[in-house]
Design a protein around this ligand. Structure first.
Ligand code: TRP
Length: 459
């Protein structure tokens, strides 16, 4: 038995063992394909530096406050996302719907995320064979198209990815999550820096750097604002209960605001490193910054092709990117698994298998989006794009909006202060006051405006 910050005894739910473990696991959820694959391609498609600035504002005023809220609620209730809201909300108010929407979002994100992880996995093998190592856009584009146009391979690699993720989940919280993520982050960072250095020393690299760092505000659109906000939710893993679940494993003496802020800035740093690795190469080799989801898979092989022992480094790069994606996927899958375990009393192996089968089923729609189902469009989007759009630009912002409203308006200042100061043990009164103000007004208003405007409901 241990005691929560409100003094209530709680069950002996597993907990992260050390503070470093907490930071590493939370960061392991945040850092993933969102940083290495999604951030560069969205920044490329939405005008570069100006988009990056909007992203940073969303991170500060929406992402970090919602992350702190989720971690706090999770630690307070020590439960899965739905039960957390049930325990903390006033009777008869349906706040648990946030948790239910989160389970849906976890499925839909995993459906396309596991396919991108599958591409990364396939690229490990392609890198070993050496066929993609080229600075010629026609070669790298053909390699990517061959992969995504092949339905058998698209499914096979996705299911292998899901089997790996399922196995790690099945091993459990401490051993599984903490162990995998802690060790590999620094190595990935080192490799990103290496690629970045090569990229900025390419002839013509300057153009890529100014694309990333010199804002041209005329390129911003209402849709761009929504995409930047969606990216902030996605990259920080907030808006659907992942961080509630992670918070439920936090220790009572953990400084939540400090942890969340560190995670967000480290996550930003990794994204910027990915951008610095990719954009100089875009301009040096004649790619289009708005190439879309293929951007990473075209440019990175070209950078490695122009580097000594590049073929070896490229293999390592894709292995580490795959591992980073696993940390993020574990955190997504943990949401439905924890729910099935606690609410429906399934054993962990059973909960894991059911969840992974469900994801494989829905995920197949995303996996086949560029092959067998290439002609199928819903609301003008392929299944892959639809799952991506609906989660980042609708479900996560709505989840975040209601979490911010819940913690500030319903749960209230007194409980928030007690929880965030660890019952007065931390001297962070000012931080809490500012945060409370942001959660009470700024986050809800901003999310609402960006949502309505981006979805063209108001113009
Ligand atoms: N943040 C992860 C990434 O950048 C993806 C992710 C993990 C996620 N858990 C999440 C996104 C929960 C939204 C919600 O790759």
């Amino acid at each position: 038995m241990s005691v929560s910050s409100s003094g209530k005894p709680v069950s002996n739910r597993a907990k992260f063992a050390t503070n470093l473990g907490v930071l590493a696991a939370t960061l392991g959820s945040a850092v993933g394909l969102g940083n290495i694959w999604k951030f560069p391609y969205l920044t490329g498609s939405n005008g570069g530096a100006a988009f990056l600035l909007v992203y940073i504002v969303c991170m500060l005023l929406i992402g970090i406050p919602v992350m702190i809220s989720e971690l706090t609620l999770g630690r307070e209730a020590r439960s899965n996302a739905i039960a957390t809201m049930q325990k903390l909300a006033p009777a008869k108010q349906p706040w648990w719907l946030i948790g239910a929407a989160g389970v849906l979002a976890a499925f839909l994100i995993m459906a396309f995320y596991s396919e991108v992880a599958a591409w990364v996995f396939a690229y490990i093998l392609k890198a070993v064979q050496g066929a993609i190592l080229s600075t010629d856009p026609t070669v790298t584009k053909a390699a990517f198209n061959d992969l995504v146009a092949n339905p058998g391979l698209s499914l096979l690699w996705q299911w292998i990815d899901l089997a790996i993720v399922g196995f790690i989940i099945y091993l459990g919280v401490n051993k599984g999550i903490e162990g995998v993520t802690k060790k590999l982050m620094p190595v990935l960072l080192f490799l990103l820096i290496l690629v970045g250095i090569r990229s900025i020393t390419l002839p013509g690299a300057g153009q890529g750097l100014s694309f990333l760092f010199q804002p041209d505000f005329s390129k911003l659109t209402a849709a761009g604002f929504l995409i930047a906000m969606g990216l902030a939710f996605f990259k920080l893993s907030v808006g659907m209960g992942t961080m509630i679940t992670y918070g439920s494993y936090f220790r009572d003496d953990q400084d939540i605001p400090a942890t969340a802020t560190r995670v967000a800035f480290s996550d930003l740093a990794v994204s910027l490193l990915a951008g610095i690795a990719i954009f100089p190469a875009v301009f040096a080799f004649g790619y289009e910054p708005n190439a879309g989801p293929s951007l990473l898979f075209l440019t990175i092989p070209s950078v490695f092709a122009s580097m000594p022992v590049g073929s070896v480094f490229m293999v390592i790069f894709f292995i580490l990117t795959f591992i980073a994606s696993i940390g993020a996927q574990i955190s997504l899958v943990e949401v439905p698994v924890a729910l099935l375990e606690e609410k429906f009393h399934l054993s962990r192996p059973k909960a894991t298998i059911f969840t992974m089968l469900g994801i494989a089923l829905v995920g197949s729609l995303a996996a086949l989006s560029n092959s067998s189902l290439a002609g199928v469009h819903v609301f003008g989007m392929s299944f892959f794009d639809l799952f991506d759009y609906v989660t980042s630009n609708l479900l996560l912002p709505l989840g975040g909006l209601f979490i911010a409203i819940f913690i500030s308006w319903i749960w209230g200042y007194k409980k928030l202060t007690a929880a965030l100061s660890n019952n007065g043990r931390l001297a962070n009164q000012l931080v809490i006051k500012v945060l409370y103000g942001i959660l009470l007004v700024v986050t809800p208003v901003l999310v609402t405006i960006v949502l309505l405007n981006g979805l063209k409901i108001i113009q």
